[in-house]
Design a protein around this ligand. Structure first.
Ligand SMILES: Nc1ncnc2c1ncn2[C@@H]1O[C@H](COP(=O)(O)OP(=O)(O)O)[C@@H](O)[C@H]1O
Ligand SMILES: [Mg+2]
Length: 324
């Protein structure tokens, strides 16, 4: 897997991880800007000094509070590397639904199960060298409620605050592309004393050029990198798509295809939601939010402005705007 640049960001992460655990680190950035890749690289480089527990909530398919119990069990199993432990943990309790082969009873209160798991996890974290819990796609917990109205995300954040700010036991890094969710965390009262916020940009120009050149060589495409950059900006996934499609279809066609698809998507959504295309600066807050929900725009909490998800989206939007 190719990984380019990001030395500044890695350096910053390293400092955060060398410092005593004190705050949760919340990382956001546009979809496909490279949050997961950066995290993977950090884990690779610091693997000798830190013990990473990486959880991808989307991959683990967390769509109900009970699923999160599975996640915690998985985490415990990672920490313990011993199957019997979980068996012992729930031995004697009348667990009814089955997680990873263990029966969980519905008359056991959900928060008691959570509490039990949190405590067990704390014990395990104490045993390993500089533990770091990384939760990717944290927004998966956003809409999950238990006991008729308690937010699972609040319980999880409380736990994370406890092991960082209060116990200095482990670092916790959470990642999300969901800028609405991130903005909620950002503006939650008291959160800035408990969380560090980090907005990851796309690749800068030099890094993007390097990646473009890498893929051009890989796919044997002979086009000036500058020309490609104009359509992709620093979005690494878009760079890969455009170059690989250019190898198949030719550059012009590859760009038209991708842009055409995005234009259709935007136009259809606008029609469905009765939205009018405007210049970004002229969008009202609710309109902007609707486009964020559609993954067309990204809300930047630091500047309090809407931005396009990527360069090609901007081109598609502007073309539609020009045609209307
Ligand atoms: N620094 C980088 N160098 C090369 N490829 C990258 C880099 N960052 C991201 N990518 C690639 O871009 C794609 C999207 O990155 P990813 O980390 O999944 O984005 P995110 O987690 O922000 O949605 C992946 O295929 C990834 O391998
Ligand atoms: Mg990711």
């Amino acid at each position: 897997m190719v990984f380019i640049g990001r030395e500044r960001e890695i350096g910053w992460m390293r400092l955060y991880l060398e410092h005593e655990a004190n705050k949760i680190l919340a990382v956001t950035g546009k979809a496909n800007c490279g949050k997961t890749a950066l995290m993977q690289e950090v884990m690779k480089r610091l693997g000798a000094t830190h013990t990473f527990f990486y959880l991808d909530l989307r991959l683990l398919d967390v769509s109900a509070p009970e699923d999160f119990v599975k996640v915690l069990l998985y985490l415990l199993r990672l920490a313990r590397r011993e199957q019997n432990f979980i068996r012992r943990l729930f031995n004697g309790s009348k667990f009814e639904f089955s997680v990873m082969g263990f029966k969980v009873s519905r008359d056991v209160k959900f928060e008691d199960v959570l509490q039990e798991l949190y405590l067990a996890l704390i014990e395990e974290l104490k045993k390993v060298k500089t533990p770091v819990i990384v939760v990717d796609e944290l927004q998966s917990l956003r809409e999950l409620y238990y006991n008729g109205g308690k937010k699972l995300i609040d319980s999880v954040l409380e736990f994370f605050i406890s092991i960082t700010k209060h116990q200095h036991l482990a670092h916790v890094i959470v990642l999300t592309s969901d800028s609405t969710f991130y903005a909620e965390l950002y503006s939650k009262s008291g959160m800035h004393e408990r969380m560090k916020f980090y907005l990851l940009d796309e690749l800068d120009r030099a890094e993007a050029m390097e990646l473009i050149c890498y893929y051009c060589e890989e796919y044997e495409v002979d086009i000036k990198p500058e020309r490609i950059y104009r359509y992709t900006g620093g979005n690494p996934a878009l760079i890969e798509t455009v170059v690989s499609e250019a190898a198949r279809l030719g550059f012009r066609k590859a760009v038209e295809l991708k842009k055409g698809y995005l234009k259709d998507y935007i136009a259809t959504y606008a029609e469905e939601k009765k939205l009018e295309l405007k210049e970004l600066e002229k969008l009202r807050k609710e309109e902007g939010q609707a486009w964020v929900d559609a993954n067309v725009l990204f809300y930047n909490v630091e500047t309090a402005e809407f931005e396009f998800q990527h360069r090609m989206m901007e081109l598609a939007w502007n073309e539609l705007l020009g045609e209307s």
